[in-house]
Design a protein around this ligand. Structure first.
Ligand code: PLP
Length: 480
């Protein structure tokens, strides 16, 4: 961030003035959003604060272009500037992650996963069918061969991490299209330790023989050994796909290396760009050379036109992530998560797996006699923003849950360090100690409502505000 405060303030002020001229309520909402974010103790593990350069790269004329196709091979004319920004994003992504191929068009994490699933299906199911029929294109298949191929595409197996162990909805769960596309089974964690159980996973993989094994998570606080995951995938003939949506920033910042860096081990890696990677809201796919042509068919397979303005912002964010300070940022995310975990443990809290190795902590709130939903609301009333999350074998299910997920990427961007993490642990523990379940109409303890003395929530909110006042958010942006 080398430009002067005045330049950034002027840029955002002018933009708001222009918007205000057309629909003042939108300008007000945008202005209110930065005010709200400045006041919020944001511990949501999947959120961050993108830089002014990333934000500004999204608001411009690149948004007006259709650019279906790939760099240099578009279905529309006049795409040279889109080619430039997409090439830059690809070049930075390949360099940061050491990937042989990068595809930066997916609009979100879920889109990146769909591109990846269909790339593997295209490589391993569709291509062999075309070869057998000795044709080059699906349009050249006979009606009968096409019907057979469609059935085959719909009859593949996938093995993904279970939701309550920290997996994601897009890893084969029925409400999501991935669960409708694939016959899915889950692997999970060892009930005794809360750690990923590789031997149980190996056993399930041997029995189930999936086409794809999906690794990666949204709520697992430990390292995943991707070398072992690849060994298991190879043994059963599966393609290893890693969804690093949450921890891509830790990979880019070289905190996760060797066995814990998914890129050298998986054939295909997907990510969001807006979580720990700190870019614009979007997705990305990295893959081996053999999968590249299949991944590049993401459009028209599951995507329409790419978002060129967002690809521009991805290029800017990835350029930032190539700078050496990003390594220090990634290390501080993990140091802060550890400090937060230690602070909670010292105060008697129970953490799933007993701690953390990454950017998040999963707090089991059943020890406080609360559901995740009650804990989440009580913390929110006190100015502490987290989200509820299921824990392994959660007795309260996926809606009420028994856990709170707490992440450090956003507050680390804001500059908070280990001392502040200890204070935050105290805020969280204070709120949860003083919160009780309300009584439902049936006379039983409610799973949804909670009771918390307003004096406590007000006092904690004041302490949270004090903590944040020393770490201004977007210090170079003054909207006046
Ligand atoms: C957040 C997340 C996604 C989805 O990302 P969106 O951009 O919200 O679609 C996919 N996979 C994992 C593991 C995630 O954590």
């Amino acid at each position: 961030m080398s430009t002067s405060a005045t330049t950034e303030s002027t840029a955002f002020r002018s933009a708001l003035e222009v918007i205000r001229g057309v629909e003042p309520r939108v300008a007000d909402a945008i202005g209110q959003e930065i005010a709200d974010q400045r006041e919020s103790l944001k511990l949501i593990a999947s959120e961050n604060y993108a830089s002014p350069a990333v934000l500004l790269a999204m608001g411009n004329w690149l948004s007006d272009k259709y650019a279906e196709g790939t760099i240099g091979r578009r279905f529309y004319a006049g795409c040279r500037n889109v080619d430039t920004v997409e090439s830059l994003a690809v070049e930075h992504a390949r360099a940061i992650f050491g990937a042989s191929h990068a595809y930066v068009q997916p609009h979100s994490g879920i889109d990146a996963n769909l591109v990846a699933f269909w790339a593997v299906l295209s490589q391993r199911v569709e291509s062999p069918a075309l070869q057998r029929a000795q044709v080059r294109h699906v349009n050249d298949l006979s009606e009968q061969d096409w019907a057979t191929l469609r059935r085959e595409l719909g009859d593949q197996r996938m093995l993904g991490m279970s939701l309550d162990a920290g997996g994601h909805l897009t890893h084969g769960f029925r409400p999501n299209i991935s669960g409708k596309m694939f016959d899915q089974r889950s692997y999970g964690t060892d009930p005794a330790t809360g750690l990923l159980d590789y031997e149980a996973l190996r056993k399930t993989a041997r029995e189930f023989r999936p086409l794809i094994i999906v690794a990666g998570y949204s709520a697992y606080p430990r390292l995943v050994n991707f070398r072992i995951m690849r060994e298991i995938a190879d043994e059963v003939g599966a393609t290893l796909m890693v969804d690093m949506a949450h921890f891509a920033g830790l990979v880019a910042g070289k905190v996760l290396t060797g066995d814990f860096d998914p890129v050298p081990h998986a054939q295909i890696v997907t990510t969001t760009t807006h979580k720990s990677l700190r870019g614009p809201r979007g997705g990305m796919v990295l893959c081996d050379a053999e999968l590249a042509e299949h991944v590049d068919r993401g459009c028209p397979m599951v995507l329409g036109g790419p978002l060129p303005h967002v690809m521009a912002a991805k290029a800017v964010a990835l350029a930032e992530a190539r700078q050496i300070d990003f390594h220090a940022y990634a290390q501080r995310i993990v140091d802060n998560a550890k400090a937060l975990a230690e602070g909670l443990l010292r105060r008697g809290a129970r953490l799933v797996t007993g701690g953390t190795d990454n950017h998040l902590v999963l707090l089991d709130v059943s020890g406080y006699g609360l559901t995740g939903r009650q804990a989440e609301s009580a913390l929110l009333d006190s100015g502490v923003v987290t989200n509820r999350n299921a824990i392994p074998q959660d007795p309260n299910g996926a809606w009420y849950t028994s856990g709170i997920r707490i992440g450090t990427p956003a507050l680390t961007t804001r500059g908070l360090g280990a001392a502040e993490m200890d204070e935050i642990a105290d805020l969280i523990d204070t709120v949860l100690q003083r919160t009780e379940p309300a009584t439902a109409a049936s006379g039983k303890p409610s799973k949804a409502q909670h009771l918390l003395d307003e004096a406590v929530s007000t006092q904690v909110a004041r302490r949270a505000a004090d903590l944040l006042s020393a770490f201004p958010l977007y210090p170079t942006v003054d909207l006046g």
